[in-house]
Design a binder for this molecule. Structure first.
Ligand code: ATP
Ligand code: MG
Length: 264
């Protein structure tokens, strides 16, 4: 049975999509069957894997509205073991269209049920809001991975997310776990990053993952080539760090970050 990981943080631009794409790709590169589900109307995961906009293609929208089965929406990607369920901006309408539907929080969970056993990992890229789309992702997930930047007010937003997860556990999905908090766009040269990291360690303890994602221009460039970083520049620090994150989540040994100034 596939492990479903929702990548969520209601704050915008913290690295959810970059994490979702590169984590799913790193699982696939380790020859683990992985599926990325784009749950965001911005469709950045879809574009980042090289799929142009196409309103006629089956997408997460059709899954939530019950107009398509998950297997009809699955697309093959450049990586043998990576599949994608794309999104489209019409997904924004699902928030309203589902508002009076009974069991509206369970639509994605139900849609993925039939294909879960075909994958080892299913990664859900959430929008920057605690809306019905993110709720659907959290109810469908076994665990939540929270990307966060090491900046001063980061904790304030995350406590709201953690409160939501607590409430959700009680009302819908009692088994939802915190997979971990991953620091993104990290700049180890600043004292502030180091101070904030110490604070986050105190706050999250073991939930703060060992792997830290550095700020790396290759990670920002890769989506415009429609590729995960490991197909764009596998030796970049960005690609390497996501490979390490995937290993950490798969339960392998990880070594601590050793910054290599020779790397890009
Ligand atoms: N480690 C990194 N190094 C450099 N740039 C990064 C890194 N991670 C993300 N970025 C860039 O930062 C921007 C925001 O990242 P991303 O789209 O992954 O965030 P997001 O949380 O998904 O945003 P949204 O909330 O809008 O969905 C993008 O331009 C992305 O390319
Ligand atoms: Mg995003």
């Amino acid at each position: 049975m596939g492990r479903v990981i929702a990548v969520a943080n209601q704050k915008g631009g913290v690295g959810k999509t970059t994490t979702a794409i590169n984590l799913a790709a790193s699982f696939a590169a380790a020859e683990v069957k992985s599926l990325l589900v784009d749950c965001d109307p911005q469709a950045n995961s879809t574009g980042g894997l090289g799929f142009p906009r196409d309103p006629d293609r089956f997408s997460t929208y059709h899954l939530l509205l019950g107009e398509a089965k998950a297997e009809q929406a699955i697309l093959a990607t450049e990586l043998e073991e990576l599949r994608l369920i794309p999104s489209h901006k019409n997904l924004i309408g699902a928030n309203l269209e589902l508002v009076s539907v009974e069991g509206r929080e369970f639509r994605l969970r139900n849609a993925l049920e039939f294909i879960r056993n075909q994958f080892d990992f299913i990664v859900l890229d959430c929008p920057p809001a605690l809306d019905l789309l993110t709720l659907n992702a959290l109810v469908a997930a076994d665990s939540v991975l929270v990307p966060m930047q090491a900046e001063y007010f980061a904790l304030e937003g995350v406590s709201e997310l953690l409160d939501t997860i607590d409430r959700l556990r009680q009302s819908f999905n009692t088994a939802l776990r915190i997979e971990g908090v991953v620091l993104t766009m990290y700049d180890d040269r600043t004292i502030l990053s180091q101070q904030v990291t110490q604070e986050l360690k105190k706050h999250f303890g073991e939930k703060l993952l060992q792997t830290i994602i550095p700020r790396n221009v290759r990670l920002a460039e890769a989506p415009s080539f429609g590729k995960p970083a490991l197909l764009y520049d596998v030796r970049s620090r960005g690609a390497e760090s996501y490979i390490r994150l995937a290993k950490e989540l798969m339960g392998s040994q990880v070594t601590h970050e050793i910054p290599d100034p020779a790397n890009k």
